[in-house]
Design a protein around this ligand. Structure first.
Ligand code: FES
Length: 99
């Protein structure tokens, strides 16, 4: 089942928005002109990520500073798990997620 999150036309540089889907908090943001959807939860100790700093393709959690590559979710800090990324789906002029 496709769940629409946003109109494609709204995905500008700097776009960042939270959605609640199926009991989870998901963060949709534009990274290097690509949309990325991830769970709004830091793999380190669970802090929300919607206020994280993003520089280039690297997201830095505001709680303890763990860093992640947004293009593949990988942690750049050895002691931490990876981001939980979700595959995006498209339907007409909408971007969303297939559940
Ligand atoms: S909770 Fe994100 S770095 Fe610790």
């Amino acid at each position: 089942m496709f769940i629409a999150l946003e109109r494609l036309i709204n995905l500008d540089d700097g776009y960042r928005r939270l959605f609640q889907v199926d009991g989870r908090s998901l963060l949709l943001l534009m990274v290097d002109r690509q949309p990325v959807l991830l769970e709004n939860r830091c793999p380190h100790q669970g802090a929300p990520l919607h206020n994280a700093t993003v520089v280039g393709t690297v997201l830095r959690c505001s709680r303890h500073g763990a860093e992640f590559d947004l293009l593949n979710g990988q942690s750049l800090n050895a002691s931490c798990g990876n981001l939980n990324l979700f595959k995006l789906a498209y339907d007409g002029d909408r971007i969303g997620i297939d559940l």
